[in-house]
Ligand binder design. Structure first.
Ligand code: HEM
Length: 352
């Protein structure tokens, strides 16, 4: 597996990436965010808890503490934002299932990891939160999505909320041909993993990286095992806890640089940035140190993390999310966290 970077003729990653921002996006993306919030409210009304969960990724598999270490001796072009200097940040890490409903872990689903670094200096993007001390990274098990953009994404999420009406709702939202094309892509199901401690997670969408643009990924250093057997309802969390009681779990944080609009597009989320076109460069390491998630401290920590807001827009200005799917997230996460009254951003001084 190559660790070198694709260079432009000048020896540096390409900088000619572009976003295409449609004039009606604010209106449309506000509407998508409201549609997701309506599902969230609906579920809250029906739940015994009576309070809202996350609109998506409602079930936390685990909430643990970690350390994020920026590696020394990075190439000059990779020393961007918080990656400019070798340094170790404290991190909160939440593993999740993607659905808006809390379900058995055996159910086919997206799986996510959300990482919040604390104590991060530099200007942040969200107006009013410029001085926040956090940087978030969110990733899933797929390197790309079945969706070109947020319209398809939100249409599928809404249609899937009622499986009996999935097809008519899809056809209504997307049209006949595109619906069947999408269903074909979705028929393959979701990636299966034996353990979150041996998985690879992908941003699946781009972020700015100073003058460049990248996708990022977290690759577990431990080798993946075959998926086997019948498992308990919360087996992902239980299995991670077993790992962590014995020792640390470590992931390499890697980036792939934008090369050109055809092989590494910014706006089309359905195209995989292939390693052969855009090789990975390891720039940091996420270590989840040995800890006991079932101890009193571990349970308190998980509950604190469950209340946090992980959001790709909690980011340094140098690491701004890019592309329509990311821009739609700029509206959706804000409404979802407001609805469930998420905690305010931590700054690294909290005592747990
Ligand atoms: C394709 C790339 C995406 C990835 C990698 C991703 C990943 C994640 C992850 C890991 C979480 C859980 C965060 C946590 O643990 O608190 C999450 C939550 C969420 N996602 Fe995404 N997501 C993606 C796309 C989208 C899109 C396109 C939308 C909507 C337009 C969206 C809406 C949401 C919402 C509303 C939440 C709950 C936010 C909260 O209440 O904290 N996501 N996502």
């Amino acid at each position: 597996m190559s660790e070198t970077n694709v260079r432009s003729p000048a020896g540096l990653p390409a900088t000619d990436w572009r976003e295409e921002i449609a004039p009606d996006e604010t209106e449309r993306f506000t509407h998508y965010a409201e549609q997701l919030r309506a599902l969230q409210r609906d579920r809250a009304k029906k739940s015994s808890k009576g309070a809202a969960d996350r609109a998506l990724h409602a079930k936390g598999q685990a909430g643990v503490e970690g350390e994020f270490t920026v590696l020394p001796e990075l190439p000059e072009y990779a020393r961007v934002g918080l990656f400019a200097e070798p340094k170790t940040y404290r991190a909160y890490v939440r593993f999740s299932n993607g659905a808006g409903a809390r379900q058995h872990d055996a159910k086919d689903d997206v799986r996510g990891i959300a990482i919040k670094l604390v104590g991060v200096d530099g200007k942040k993007i969200i107006p009013g939160m410029e001085d926040a001390k956090t940087q978030d990274f969110l990733a899933i098990l797929s390197a790309f999505t079945p969706f070109v953009g947020p319209h398809e994404f939100v249409t599928v999420v809404r249609a899937a909320a009622n499986p009996a009406l999935l097809l008519p709702r899809l056809i209504k939202g997307l049209g006949f041909g595109p619906s069947f094309k999408l269903l074909k892509k979705l028929a393959g199901g979701f990636p299966k993993i034996a353990s979150v401690a041996t998985a690879t997670y992908y941003s699946a969408l781009p972020i700015q990286f100073g003058p460049y643009a990248v996708h990022y990924a977290l690759r577990a250093q431990s080798k993946a095992e075959p998926v086997s057997g019948k498992k308990a309802a919360d087996h992902f969390g239980a299995e991670l806890a077993d790992h962590l009681r014995k020792g640390p779990v470590v992931y390499d944080f890697r980036v792939q640089f934008f090369r050109d609009e055809k092989t590494t597009p910014i706006e089309d989320a359905s195209v995989e940035w292939r390693e052969s076109d855009a090789p990975f460069l390891t720039i940091a390491r996420l270590t989840i140190p040995q800890q006991d998630p079932s101890s009193a401290k571990g349970v308190k920590l998980a509950s604190f993390i469950e209340g946090l807001s992980f959001d790709p827009w909690h980011a340094q200005v140098e690491l701004k999310p890019l592309g329509a799917m990311m821009r739609a997230r700029n509206f959706a996460y804000r409404l979802s966290t407001e609805e469930r009254k998420a905690a305010k951003e931590p700054d690294g001084t909290e005592e747990l």
